[in-house]
Design a protein around this ligand. Structure first.
Ligand code: NAP
Length: 247
C-alpha cells in the first residue's frame, strides 16, 4: 500500500495563505511536493514570510494579492497562478474574518462583509477553478469552516451563518463535482493559535480543550493533507478541535 501522499507536479492555491492557519496549510502542501500560491489581502510582508517558509521545506511558492470577496480580483489571481505555476489542482478556501460582535452591536455592514469574505469568496474561487479541474478530471477543494458552523461560538451570528453556509456550499459542490474526479470537503477547526484567536485565547477558552492544548496551524495543515489524500472522501466536514466543541 502506498502511504506517502505525494503532491509532486500538483499546484495548490491557498486563500489567506500568508499567515495563521493558511500558512500552516501552505507549508504542509509544499512539504508534500506541491507548488503553492499563497494569497493575501494586505500584509505583503507576511506573504513573503510564507513563501520563505515554503522554500525552507524545499518547495516552490508565490504570493498573490487579491481580495477574495471581489470576482475580478479572484479571476486575475487564478489566471496568474495558472500562468506562473500551472493549472490549479488543489484549492483551499481559508481566507476569513471573525469580527466579534454582540447581539446589540452587530450591523448590516458587519453581516454583509463577513458573508462576502467567508462565504461568497468560496463560490467565486470554485467558479474560477472548477472548469479546469473538470477538464483534467481531478481536483481537491477544501473549505475552512469552524466549530461555529454548528455551535454558538464566541464571534457572533454573522460568523455562525457564514461558516454554516460554507458547509452547505461544500456539500452542494461535492455532489455536483464527484463524477468529475473532484472532491470537496470542509475542515472545522476548534481554537487554533493565530492572531484571529487571540481574544478567545485570552478569555481562557484553551483551558477547556480536552487534549489539553490549543491547536496549531500545523494541525490543520495535516488535516488538509489527510482529507485530500482520499478520493473516496467527499462532501464531509471534518472537525479538528482537540476533542470538544468548546467555542
Ligand atoms: P488570521 O490569522 O486572521 O489570517 C487570516 C488570513 O486571511 C490572512 O492571510 C489574511 O490576509 C487573509 N484574508 C482576510 N480577508 C481576506 C480577503 N478579503 N481576501 C484575501 N485574503 C484575506 O486567521 P486564521 O486564524 O488563520 O483563520 C483562517 C481561517 O480559519 C478563517 O477562515 C477562520 O474563520 C478559520 N478558523 C480559525 C480558527 C482559529 O481559532 N484561528 C478557528 C476556526 C476557524 P492579510 O494578512 O493580508 O489581511
Amino acid at each position: 500500500m502506498e502511504t506517502n501522499f505525494d503532491l509532486a507536479g500538483r499546484v495548490a492555491l491557498i486563500t489567506g495563505g500568508s499567515r495563521g492557519i493558511g500558512r500552516g496549510i501552505a507549508v504542509a502542501l509544499a512539504s508534500a511536493g506541491a507548488a503553492v500560491a499563497v494569497n493575501f489581502r494586505s500584509r505583503e510582508d507576511e506573504a513573503a514570510q510564507a513563501v520563505a517558509d515554503i522554500e525552507r521545506v524545499g518547495g516552490k511558492g508565490i504570493a498573490i494579492r487579491a481580495d477574495v470577496a471581489v470576482r475580478s480580483e479572484v479571476e486575475s489571481m487564478v489566471d496568474r497562478v495558472t500562468a506562473e505555476l500551472g493549472p490549479i489542482d488543489v484549492l483551499v478556501n481559508n481566507a476569513g474574518v471573525a469580527v466579534i460582535r454582540g447581539l446589540d452591536d452587530i450591523t448590516e455592514e458587519d453581516f454583509d462583509e463577513t458573508l462576502a469574505i467567508n462565504l461568497k469568496s468560496a463560490f467565486l474561487t470554485i467558479q474560477a477553478v472548477a472548469p479546469s479541474m473538470r477538464e483534467r478530471g481531478w481536483g481537491r477543494i477544501v473549505n475552512i469552516s469552524s466549530v461555529a458552523a454548528r455551535g454558538a461560538g464566541s464571534v457572533g451570528v454573522h460568523y455562525n451563518a457564514s461558516k454554516a453556509g460554507l458547509e452547505g456550499l461544500t456539500r452542494g459542490y461535492a455532489a455536483r463535482l464527484a463524477a468529475d474526479g473532484i472532491t470537496v470537503n470542509a475542515i472545522a477547526p476548534g481554537l487554533i493559535d493565530t492572531e484571529m484567536a487571540a481574544p478567545l485565547k485570552e478569555a481562557g477558552v484553551a483551558d477547556r480543550i480536552p487534549v489539553g492544548r490549543i491547536g496549531t496551524p500545523d494541525d490543520i495543515g495535516r488535516a488538509v493533507l489527510l482529507t485530500i489524500s482520499n478520493g473516496f472522501l467527499t462532501g464531509q466536514t471534518i472537525a479538528v478541535n482537540g476533542g470538544g466543541s468548546f467555542l
